[in-house]
Design a binder for this molecule. Structure first.
Ligand SMILES: [Zn+2]
Ligand SMILES: [Zn+2]
Length: 453
């Protein structure tokens, strides 16, 4: 059997600029090409300096920026690299990367980050044009000279999201990428590839390795709790803000809200959705055949446009009558639509803010979650602090990542010879490492460390 080599360029002992170089079947394949969500400028890129030649191909598992955000930059360095992704991933990636150029342009001006933008709209166009769209389950080759074959399988995380299996020289590698083990409102759960027991090397995400509470969360109970919280705020003549990531969480929450309205749990108040979430929603509608069987995707026209959130008058108008607003960003980063709306909302105790995902400790969202009435916070840079009047701020667990026990079940089912942990904070990786049953050789390589297996 031939050997393989694995080198992380990012996303090792962190959720960062996820990108891993896999040398297999005589080819260099880059698994994902992300941008670090918490770093800025060139610091946010994977360690591309570790590449001493152009990779033969890049596989993009899904269109979250921490998995695809550096692809245009990679292609600027190495124009011959061929990217591969599923058709919905390519469509969404196109929108996400163009949005990312615009955001970097704004940050360059506002925060004087000279490196920005890391690439231009024309680089995004080149990357998308150069990419191959490969359907789930369809085996594909990278080069006529190599026996290496790859197959995408559903990862259950967001529309188009895939895990990937690679076979060559009697070896079989499976990279889960980001996986969700249960059905969500729209997305069907992660699926094992064919013959999982023949996989010898498993590369697995570890996001929730240090999260004990996620194991106990019941999705249906969480929806019930969320619905009751919204109903109580609306009954009190208040409005509800649901900060959500533009890809995945926004579409899932909008459809949960629409269903709760149909079921009479929530009154028929207007539901608003913000910009990028709407653009991605259109792609969900186009690829509705890839959603959960029976998923009843509401027409986008059912959700109203938020309008120009940078004009405080617009938010004030929205909040005059009870309504529900689903707006990016999920962590309520300063100067995003959710922050602009929250700035008006926190002045009135009738309203409520319901967080539906994780907020990093150094984000505005975390400050809002942990603040008390009377505290003041900065929502928009340069606008000055706003005093918090409302105390109805709640958190719900709606993750598109598998809890750690489910990740362990994946390892038990596949029974690989080698298991490599990626995409997790150090504590998360340590828990995964320590709790993986004996039998598999375990690895937590650092950035730049090469495993020869
Ligand atoms: Zn993701
Ligand atoms: Zn990720």
């Amino acid at each position: 059997m031939s050997s393989i080599e694995f080198t992380p360029l990012g996303g090792a002992r962190e959720v960062g600029a996820n990108s891993y170089l896999l040398r297999m079947g005589g080819l260099d394949i880059l698994l994902d090409s992300g941008l670090h969500p918490k770093k800025e400028g060139v610091e946010a890129l994977p360690e591309f300096s570790l590449l001493n030649k152009a990779p033969d191909a890049a596989i993009i598992t899904h269109s979250h920026i921490d998995h695809c955000g550096s692809l245009p930059h990679l292609l600027r360095m190495f124009p011959t690299v061929a990217p591969y992704a599923t058709p919905p991933t390519l469509r969404i990636m196109d929108r996400m990367l163009h949005n990312s150029v615009s955001v970097m342009g704004i940050l360059k001006k506002e925060r004087h980050i000279d490196d920005y933008p890391l690439y231009q709209h024309s680089d995004v166009e080149y990357a998308v044009k150069k990419s191959y769209a490969i359907d789930m389950g369809q085996e594909f080759a990278f080069s006529p000279d190599s026996e290496l074959r790859a197959t995408f399988s559903p990862a259950g995380h967001v529309l188009g999201s895939s895990s990937v299996r690679l076979n060559a020289g009697g070896r079989s590698v499976f990279y889960t990428a980001d996986i969700c083990a249960i059905d969500q409102e729209l997305m069907p759960a992660f699926e094992y590839p064919d013959n999982p027991e023949s996989i010898d090397t498993l590369i697995i995400e570890s996001t929730y390795g240090a999260n004990e509470t996620a194991d106990a969360v019941n999705y249906a109970d969480e929806i019930e709790r969320f619905g009751a919280a919204m109903a109580a705020i609306l009954a009190n003549n208040g409005s509800v803000l649901v900060p959500s990531f533009a890809l995945g969480r926004a579409q899932e929450m909008l459809n949960i809200i629409a269903r709760l309205q149909d079921e009479g749990v929530l009154p028929d108040v207007p539901v608003y959705a913000s910009g990028l979430g709407r653009a991605v929603y259109e792609i969900y509608a186009r690829f509705r055949d890839q959603l959960k069987p029976g998923a009843d995707l509401s027409p986008l026209s059912q959700f109203e446009k938020v309008g120009d959130v940078w004009n405080p008058e617009v938010a004030r108008k929205l909040l005059r009558e009870p309504c529900i607003i689903v707006a990016t960003s999920g962590m309520m980063i300063q100067n995003t639509p959710s922050a602009a709306i929250a700035q008006e909302m926190v002045k009135d105790p009738r309203h409520g803010i319901l967080f539906v995902g994780y907020c990093d400790p150094d984000t505005l969202g975390h400050q809002v979650k942990t603040c008390s009435p009377g505290d003041s916070l900065d929502f928009i840079l340069g606008a000055g602090p706003t005093e918090i009047q409302l105390d109805n701020i709640q958190s719900f667990h709606f993750s598109a990542h598998a809890p750690r026990m489910a990740l362990q079940r994946v390892i038990e089912r596949i029974k690989p010879d080698h298991v490599i942990f990626v995409h997790g904070d150090p504590e998360a990786m340590d828990w995964m490492y320590e709790n993986t049953p004996n039998g598999a050789a375990k690895y937590m390589p650092s950035i730049g460390e090469t495993l020869s297996l």
